[in-house]
Design a protein around this ligand. Sequence first.
Ligand code: ADP
Length: 425
Amino acid sequence: MREQPKVLVVDDEESVVITIKAILQLDGYDVVTATSATQAREAVRATEFDLVLSDLRLEDGDGLDVLRAVRERSPDTVTIMLTGYASLESAIQALRAGAYDYLIKPSEVEELRSTVGRGIERRRLGLELRARVTDLERANREIAELNSSLQRRVDEATAELKEKYEQLKELDRTKSQFLSMASHELKTPITAMSGFLQVGLRRVRRLVEGNASEAQVREALRSVLEQLEIVYRQTGKLARLVDELLDVSRIQTGRIEFRYGDVDLGELAQEVATRMQLTTTAHEISVTRGPTDKIVADRDHIEQVLNNLVTNAIKYSPAGGPIVIDVRDEPEGVRVAVSDQGIGIPDKELDAIFGLFYRSPDRAARDAAGMGLGLYISREIVARHGGRIWAESVPERGSTFFVVLPEMPVGATRGEPAQPSAARR
Ligand code: ADP
């Protein structure tokens, strides 16, 4: 409340108003006076008073009207009615209508001062209470807001943790799966090699210890030679598996290096087709090609991608059939498509197959050996060239793998390695 409480005094007798004003001013109040109901209502509209002291019976109206106007304007303003003995009844009515107190005229100075003083004190307490309530309400709202934002953050963090946990669990599962798969893949050639070497050893030992004829020796040597060839082929398979593992580790540690040069993809595709044809009699591998420009790429790594795709085309079409490598120019660069007529890939796996360690849960796919690394490595190599790789397929009818390579990888210059580290080699 302001330092100097504002008081309105209303009475139609000028002398009463002046007297009361003088008394209250001495007590430090800021006093405004009115001598009619109309004047009083105007004053009330213009200013918010702390206390209104009003005669009940005014010439141009009722004091209760003034009281109502005050309540409408500011419900916290304290009102005191002035009344004569004759109208005590209306004073009680005024109290019912919300007046704080009443004074009977003519009232004593002391009584006037103490009643007004109490009224002002009441007004002060009321204002203080209202301010407290407002503060409390604000604090309450703030707490509620904090609470809900806290809850939201807890919910978000919980969801995030849950997701991380699920990811970790999935990774853990894939890792154990991979370990058992990789051990199995490595074990197979080793078991074969060990078996053939044992048989060969026994043969040679018998030759050394016994006294075989020259014909028997030649016969024995021929079969040992066959076994050694098988063993040699198995070491090749083992080396390829280890190479794949090394590739993944290089990719993941960022140590894979590229040496860029001019590459004729049509020619490269033909080379790969010719070489891969030597590994299968059930498939017929052919190349179709349009006129293409040379691109700038790492030849060895792109060859590795084509090898992967053709190896998969053979692996995943156990019944054999044609395999076509198509090479042609596209607005984006040069496109290579490798199609087979094999077991195909379900729609929902078309993206997943490029993931690390991914192997299809499908029985038919499981029958082929593999660690689920080839397509992951291929995708990394193609991505590093700024290209794209994807697959389309009709299950049980066959698949086509597409690779599009830009004419020049970002950051590479024709004939020069893109990375300074590769230049030193
Ligand atoms: P791997 O062949 O060692 O399993 P890849 O990364 O080369 O690993 O392939 C991942 C998976 O994609 C395979 O397990 C197989 O399910 C599927 N896949 C790849 N190529 C073909 C294809 N030509 N036809 C059908 N499925 C394929």
